[in-house]
Write a protein that binds this ligand. Structure first.
Ligand SMILES: Nc1ncnc2c1ncn2[C@@H]1O[C@H](COP(=O)(O)OP(=O)(O)OP(=O)(O)O)[C@@H](O)[C@H]1O
Ligand SMILES: [Mg+2]
Length: 305
């Protein structure tokens, strides 16, 4: 690791040298929800398996709640990858469900599912001239055609679902009513922060329709440890000795409270310190240094020390 100065000084080659010093090919602790770095913790695996079963059975509505940074978006990306591999799913994911009106929400669904309405293609700017009823009918026809005639499963995934207005939730409830004797035509998956819970509880009609409910909890120590090692392996780390000592992981788990985003951020910073200090592995003292930095800068409550 004596090359530290060299990689600090070389703007273009920084990342390559940095990775080389760590023995990885790419960033192990990026905070993007990349499915290649998704580790199936007990929590995530359980949610994923249940959702896949619900989809196969076409049960309609699944809801996943979780505090900030517990891995909801990562879970949805992994789900999408699983469904794409299976082929007979038609998918649309809404990342930020902020619609000013029911009309705009429906127009966006019609456009994104590529639905053809009479005289209006999916890309047609005149979609806005259709009424809410026209759009709902077009959506229902599309769902019937795809699910019943073609035997496909249509899935709408809504992330950040705590942002849905009451009107939007009521509209989704109506769409969930499109069904045959055996199954729902639209499979809806809502992922949202904990405030979504109170929104749902205030809408009894909506709550009654949830077929699968799940709350993503922070990770325990073992899952934290496994996730860290898994992400390093995915980044190409093949070293014989671990880059993170167990004592360091224990402290990371304690400070992060088991929240995956916090774990990921701490690990990233720990690796940077590791390279800068030319040390062989992240130990507890190194993690403690990062914590002290944060306490000193006012980013962390000293009680957590
Ligand atoms: N199962 C997992 N395996 C590996 N990394 C994970 C996992 N879950 C979460 N992460 C990491 O934690 C970060 C935060 O996860 P994510 O963005 O999915 O959380 P979120 O619950 O959607 O957060 P928010 O409430 O802010 O939208 C991810 O970018 C990813 O790096
Ligand atoms: Mg998210």
């Amino acid at each position: 690791m004596g090359e530290v100065i060299r990689w600090v000084g070389l703007a273009g080659g920084v990342s390559v040298s940095y990775y080389k010093l760590l023995g990885v090919d790419k960033e192990p602790f990026s905070t993007s929800p990349d499915p290649d770095f998704f580790y199936p913790t007990r929590e995530h695996e359980s949610a994923l398996t249940n959702i896949l079963i619900e989809l196969r059975l076409r049960r309609g509505l699944s809801v996943v709640l979780g505090d900030v940074g517990t891995g909801k978006t990562s879970l949805s990306r992994k789900l999408i990858r699983c469904l794409k591999e299976r082929g007979d799913f038609i998918l649309h994911m809404v990342l930020d469900p902020c619609y000013d009106s029911e009309h705009l929400f429906l127009t966006s669904l019609v456009r994104n599912f590529g639905i053809h309405t009479e005289g209006h293609g999916p890309e047609d700017g005149r979609l806005h001239s259709l009424t809410v009823l026209d759009l709902k009918e077009a959506l229902e026809r599309f769902l019937y055609q795809k699910c019943i005639v073609e035997g496909k499963t249509v899935v709408l995934i809504i992330d950040e679902a705590q942002k849905l207005t009451e009107a939007a939730m009521e509209m989704l409830r109506v769409i969930l009513n499109y069904e045959t004797n055996e199954s729902k035509l639209l499979q809806l998956i809502l992922l949202g922060q904990l405030e979504l819970h109170s929104k749902i509880m205030n809408l009894a009609n909506f709550f009654d329709r949830i077929s699968f409910k799940f709350v993503l909890n922070p990770l325990g120590y073992q899952d934290t440890r496994d996730m860290i090692h898994f992400r390093l392996k995915q980044a190409g780390y093949q070293g014989r000795s671990p880059l993170f000592l167990d004592s360091a992981i224990r402290l990371i788990h304690q400070i992060s409270g088991g929240y995956p985003r916090k774990i990921t951020l701490l690990c990233h910073r720990a690796l940077k310190h590791l390279v800068m200090k030319s040390q062989g592995a992240v130990d507890q003292a190194l993690v403690r240094e990062i914590i002290e930095e944060d306490i000193h800068a006012g980013w962390l409550n000293p009680i957590l020390r």
